[in-house]
Write a protein that binds this ligand. Structure first.
Ligand SMILES: C[S@@+](CC[C@H](N)C(=O)[O-])C[C@H]1O[C@@H](n2cnc3c(N)ncnc32)[C@H](O)[C@@H]1O
Length: 281
């Protein structure tokens, strides 16, 4: 298989603190691996469906950015049975085991700072990663360099906008505090999904498709566990400095399992595009 030589020099970028690893959801936090697994249960079927809809060659060299607990690297290896997958993250502890698999390379790599040679991949995927970066447009520009002409980009992020209209004040407030806590602690933008299509097309990619999946809370589906674990981690984080805020997050957590409660919490947004075969402009 092709072994990539990542560019070891740092790429100058505008990325500033705070970062993911210092925030409420850093990998060292108790429960983070389980929370990432819950995210995979929630989103993996959609990701695989969109990769297949977009169409990827069986031989594609794939890059999975911010691999988290690693499931999408496996999906890419399945969708591209004669290709290979480079799975990266600033912290690879939850998917180190994938290094034992034949066509998967595990690489510690900060997408805001570290590079790859031009035209290294035919497929690049990033899910719930751009929303945690200070300058997603800068990172999309780097991804465009790393993709070969005609290569596929699939990016996926949350849009927490529906939470504003929740008829449940406790959940509305819980989601608002979740958003604020993540914004302050690690610079995250949980509404990035709403801007994703514009970011992709402004980044020079040819638009391929966009799908929006409403995600319920409290209906017994896979999002329930994701939000239980997310609220619990946020509550523990908030409790270090603000007991009242921790109490409000706890109330939202309890509401998830309250009989009769269901709510539309967020949209899962997926956008794909291709690097033009000939440069535009
Ligand atoms: C919410 S998790 C999503 C994990 C995975 N993409 C998924 O959807 O299942 C965000 C991931 O992005 C990683 N991440 C955050 N900032 C990063 C950066 N600058 N470079 C690479 N990965 C980063 C985090 O370490 C974390 O694993």
């Amino acid at each position: 298989m092709t072994r990539l030589n990542p560019v070891t020099g740092r790429r100058p970028g505008p990325e500033t603190a705070p970062g993911y690893e210092t925030g409420a959801f850093g990998h060292q936090k108790a429960g983070e691996q389980g929370r990432l697994r819950a995210l995979e249960d929630l989103w993996d079927p959609l990701t695989e469906r969109y990769l297949r809809q977009a169409g990827v060659p069986a031989t594609a060299r794939c890059l999975e950015v911010g691999a988290g607990a690693g499931s999408v690297a496996r999906i890419l290896a399945r969708v591209c049975p004669n290709g290979d997958v480079t799975a990266t993250d600033i912290d690879t502890r939850f998917f180190e085991r994938l290094a034992a698999e034949e066509r998967i390379t595990v690489l510690r790599h900060d997408v805001t700072q570290d590079g790859f040679p031009a035209d290294s991949f035919e497929v690049i995927h990033a899910r719930m990663v751009l929303c945690h970066l200070a300058d997603p447009a800068h990172v999309l520009a780097a991804m465009a360099e790393w993709l070969s002409p005609g290569g596929l980009l699939l990016v996926e992020d949350l849009d927490l906008g529906p939470a504003d209209a929740s008829p449940h004040p406790v959940m509305r407030q819980g989601l608002r505090l979740a958003e604020q806590t993540l914004g302050v602690s690690q610079g995250s933008d949980l509404r990035l999904g709403r801007r994703l299509q514009a970011l992709v097309t402004d980044g020079g990619f040819t638009f391929g498709g966009m799908r929006v999946q409403p995600v319920m809370i409290g209906d017994g589906g896979p999002a329930d566990e994701f939000w239980r674990l997310s609220f619990a981690q946020l509550r523990d984080f908030a409790a270090l400095s603000n007991v009242a805020l921790a109490g409000e997050l706890d109330a939202a957590l309890s509401l998830i399992d309250h009989p009769g409660f269901t709510d539309l919490g967020m949209n899962a947004v997926s956008v794909w595009g291709r690097k033009p075969v000939r440069p535009t402009g």
